[in-house]
Write a new protein. Structure first.
Length: 519
């Protein structure tokens, strides 16, 4: 393999590696706009020019492959002069609306100007070329032609990844601009990705636009739970509110992208139906209750049931699923799984899966059947054999049909619903226990391909809601089980010690990129 020296630091890389990739491995920043690791090389912004020994001219780092013995300078005077010249050229016609630009705080023009330029413009404001501002080009995307630097990331994404070709570069010279193709709108399932990769404020999200300044937001790495793919995401939040998802690169799962359905699913996790307090049924309606007293009452009532069932959905984490199985064991109860996707759910052969359950594979690997056992549980309720049930993250009334399920739930002597929202099934409960969404807990999902991936708690559950694993662990402990885990990590360790698919894994082994299931 060739060895290249960059700014005095040698590195050995594979054949075909570009200078910009080799520098990145050394932690050396080479400024760039048009280059993106998930797209073809365009080489048109010229921001990544570097000084290569024995080369009479500066070369672009994005499209120059390393050779053995190559010596590269990213900080020579020739390089610095070129960087200043390129930035001045890109800023000639750029508007001075940075204070009101929604990209402020994560704009590469702002950052690179401060790092590599810092010179006054030689162009007077009246001489700048004017283009259209705030042009809606799709349901999720707003275009500001004046801010565009023609890096062509968006057009390459639409040509190469989605192959939908909605945008193109029109005109020539300083009048060139990004514009919709005739009869097109940017309305494909991955349209929001062009906002993610735009390095300036030319493409902004109509969903996130002006909702928050990015420097006020905190970021937490997690996984999208909107379908079985489990795209890696960055969760942006502040003071208990989540504002947006952005894709987090993972070549084994979602590369650099995510679908718009997953991106917009953040709103459904923070709806008005969120459960924020423990509810216990009184004579005529639900009344607020205390956690400890309610858990004591629930455990006592479940222990006295003739026969009980525990139903867990494929939207529960692996840790919650494991503890649900412990709960069923402590009660000698039937344990059933359930998966549900809307009738109009769609998928494709890229990232979007028609299966809208993030952890169906996790349930399967833990040996929880999601079809026949649930039918047997419902039949047992109908025959009067099962008189108590615990339902976790499962709206059986909506999913299986009111006519089928509602009469059965009414026959139960005791029903405990553990969920995030006031779902239809909760209306038939004796006790409702509020828990956090997957953004409000630590844990793991296993995606459709059998990859175990970490969820990291971004915000705390609202009101009195608690993480699901904690509620289940409290119930299991009250039922006399020993060695009850006291954290999500300890729960996963217990799962790994009892289930072959998770053998040898812990949170460190799963890491930021996930890990394949054992075997």
């Amino acid at each position: 393999m060739p060895t290249v020296e960059i700014d005095g630091r040698p590195i050995e890389v594979e054949n075909g590696t570009t200078v910009i990739e080799a520098a990145d491995r050394l932690g050396i920043e080479i400024p760039h706009y048009c280059w993106h690791p998930g797209l073809s090389i365009s080489g048109n912004c010229r921001m990544c020019l570097v000084d290569i020994e024995k080369s009479p001219k500066l070369q672009i780092a994005c499209n120059t492959r390393v050779n053995d013995g190559m010596v590269v300078r990213t900080d020579s005077e020739r390089t610095k002069t070129a960087q200043k010249a390129v930035l001045e050229f890109l800023l000639i016609n750029h508007p001075i609306d940075c204070p009101v630009c929604d990209q402020a705080g994560e704009c590469k023009l702002q950052e690179y100007y401060m790092d590599y330029d810092r010179q006054r413009s030689r162009i007077e404001l009246p001489d700048k070329v004017r283009k259209k501002k705030a042009v809606p080009v799709g349901p999720l995307v707003m275009l500001d032609q004046e801010r565009c630097i023609l890096c062509a990331r968006c057009t390459r994404f639409l040509d190469e990844v989605t192959q939908t070709h909605e945008l193109a570069i029109h005109q020539r010279g300083d009048h060139a601009e990004i514009r919709l193709a005739p009869g097109k709108t940017v309305d494909n399932p991955y349209a929001g990705s062009i906002v993610d990769i735009c390095p300036v404020g030319a493409l902004t999200s109509r969903d996130f636009r002006f909702r928050a300044r990015v420097w006020y937001l905190q970021k937490t790495d997690s996984v999208c739970g909107a379908c079985a793919n489990g795209c890696n995401v960055e969760v942006y939040h502040r003071e208990g509110q989540v504002y947006r998802f952005l894709p987090r690169a993972n070549p084994e799962v979602n590369e650099y992208w995510m679908c718009d359905a997953g991106r917009l699913s953040v709103h459904g996790l923070q709806g008005e139906a969120r459960l924020t307090m423990v509810l216990a049924r009184a004579a005529e309606a639900f009344a607020p209750a205390e956690w400890d007293a309610t858990l004591d009452a629930v455990s006592a009532r479940l222990r006295s049931a003739r026969a009980a069932a525990v139903v867990v959905s494929a939207r529960a984490t692996n840790e919650e699923t494991y503890l649900a199985s412990r709960l069923a064991r402590a009660l000698s109860a039937r344990l059933a799984g359930v998966s549900w996707s809307p009738a109009d759910a769609t998928g494709d052969d890229f990232l979007l899966k028609a299966d809208k359950n993030p952890n169906g594979m996790g349930l399967a690997q833990q040996g929880i059947e999601q079809t026949g056992v649930l039918d047997a549980v419902l039949a047992g309720i109908e025959r009067g054999e099962i008189d108590a049930a615990v339902v976790l993250r499962s709206d059986l009334v909506q999913w299986l049909g009111r006519e089928r399920v509602a009469p059965l739930l009414e026959r139960l002597d005791y029903l405990v619903v553990i969920d995030t929202d006031g779902c239809e099934t909760a209306q038939y409960a004796n006790v409702v226990l509020p828990i956090g969404t997957y953004l409000e807990t630590d844990g793991t999902f296993m995606n459709h391909a059998g990859r175990v991936q970490r969820l990291r708690q971004a915000i705390v559950p609202p009101g009195e809601a608690r993480p699901g694993w904690q509620v289940l662990a409290d119930l299991v402990g009250r039922l006399g089980e020993e060695d009850v885990p006291s954290s999500a990590a300890a729960t996963f360790a217990a799962l790994a010690g009892s289930c072959a698919a998770f053998e040898g894994l812990d949170y460190d082994a799963v890491g930021a990129q996930g890990a394949p299931a054992a075997g």
